[in-house]
Design a protein around this ligand. Structure first.
Ligand code: ADP
Ligand code: MG
Length: 409
């Protein structure tokens, strides 16, 4: 099977996600070709971008992700055995294992994200139920671009497994199973924002997520209807030492909370921020705390703007908040890399209302809020800036706020 093309920027034309119905039909056909019989159904889940609210999840903060148009599809069928067979159109590795042998460490590589979901859903499966199934994965979300192909994969699998085994789990239980699959089974780290966005997002809306209790609220974020667009650019910057850097940032924020005698930085009143920061002697820890507190405040401001009017009515103020978020991540939290800063600067100079890195940083993607007709010129300006510096060409595409995980056919 061939690798799916990463969405890129062919000269003059911005790609969008392939049509979902066609993609589901393709997954269905690939399953049939691969396993020699028809699947019971096709399920899918989207990747995501975080509009604002970065590096605040582990301090009980608020964030505002949206599901993107690119999805991961899972064509699947139940089999009358306990064998689990997994294949992907994007990776040659296959898995064939007895479901009763699933345990952390038992599966490596990409199949761990899917097998981990079946393992994590274990408590919802009655003992007598056989767990055999065949799953064919076909994903559109570029891998490792900070758009959460991993959550899309887990959440598509969770929908398929829920339906095949008639589990009766709630969407939030599937979010939790997907998180456990990634952290406890695949051994990667995730705060849960990605999985919540992939499962719980609503078309035309962003999702306000309160990381304190995982409660969510859809927030109107209709771009297409207002002549606006969200341009996503994958900088293709190499990630390195990311895990160590994340751990260090997290430790800095925990240290700050300790010094301020609060359980988490969520408790710090932004109106009293300067006085609070003055209590922190270490200059680095002080800047980390300032990012978290001001970022949570920016999410509140974005939410308030969207509650009082459309994106169009508040586009200038929203753009400024996106810009302030990026500047804080660059200067106070120090999680950007030159490619992220360059892409953001080029987008702003080319007329974006606002632009910021999205995701954990140290590589990955940026988002730019632009007039619909400006999307191509802004993407071209970013590509030109990268070319001028001899950097790997970035990939730009458009995404609409999309529906969370579900069944396609
Ligand atoms: P991101 O989630 O930002 O794309 P991650 O490193 O968290 O980056 O997840 C990428 C990994 O997820 C890949 O290396 C692969 O193991 C797995 N993955 C995602 N989508 C697919 C797919 N369609 N087929 C096979 N593996 C996939
Ligand atoms: Mg991921």
């Amino acid at each position: 099977m061939s690798a799916a093309a990463t969405p890129g920027t062919p000269a003059g034309a911005l790609s969008t996600a392939p049509d979902a119905a066609e993609a589901a039909a393709r997954a269905h056909a690939l399953f049939t070709e691969s396993f020699g019989y028809e699947p019971d159904g096709v399920w899918s889940a989207p990747g995501r971008v975080n509009i604002i609210g970065e590096h605040v999840d582990y301090q009980d903060g608020l964030c505002l992700p949206m599901a993107i148009s690119h999805r991961c599809f899972a064509a699947a069928a139940r089999t009358p055995t306990d064998r689990v067979r997994l294949r992907s159109a994007q990776d040659e590795q296959v898995l064939d294992i007895d479901a009763r042998e699933l345990a952390p460490g038992a599966v490596t590589g990409w199949p761990a994200y899917v097998a981990g979901v079946l393992w994590a859903l274990g408590p919802h499966i009655s003992g007598a139920t056989t767990r055999g199934m065949d799953i064919l994965i076909d994903g559109q979300v570029p891998l490792g671009a900070g758009l959460s192909s991993s959550a899309a994969l887990e959440c598509a699998a969770a929908e398929a497994i829920e339906a095949l085994l008639s589990l009766g789990t709630t969407p939030l239980q599937r979010v939790q199973a997907a998180i456990r699959a990634e952290t406890d089974f695949a051994g990667a780290s995730t705060g849960g924002l990605d999985q919540a966005a992939s499962v719980l997002s609503r078309s035309g809306h962003a999702l306000l997520l309160d990381c304190r209790d995982f409660s969510t609220e859809p927030v109107p974020w209709d771009l297409a209807g207002q002549g606006l667009a969200l341009l996503i650019t994958d900088t293709r910057a190499e990630h390195s030492h990311v895990d160590g850097e994340y751990a260090a940032r997290r430790a800095d924020t925990e240290r700050a909370a300790e010094l301020l005698d609060v359980p988490t930085l969520r408790e710090v009143d932004p109106a009293d921020l300067e006085a609070q920061l003055a209590r922190i002697e270490d200059e680095t820890v002080r800047r980390r705390a300032r990012h978290v507190v001001t970022e949570i405040q920016r999410v509140r401001e974005v939410d308030a703007l969207l509650a009082s009017g459309s994106v169009r009515e508040h586009v200038t103020a929203l753009g400024e908040l996106l810009n302030a978020s990026h500047d804080s991540l660059r200067d106070d939290f120090e999680v950007t890399v030159p490619q992220l800063d360059l892409a953001v600067d080029a987008a702003r100079a080319a007329g974006a209302h606002g632009a910021r890195m999205t995701g954990g940083g140290f590589g990955g993607s940026i988002i730019a809020l632009v007039e619909a007709e400006q999307a191509e010129p802004v993407a071209a300006a970013i590509a030109a800036a990268f070319a001028e510096q001899g950097l790997t060409a970035p990939g730009s595409f458009l995404a609409l706020p999309s529906e969370g995980a579900g069944q396609d056919r």
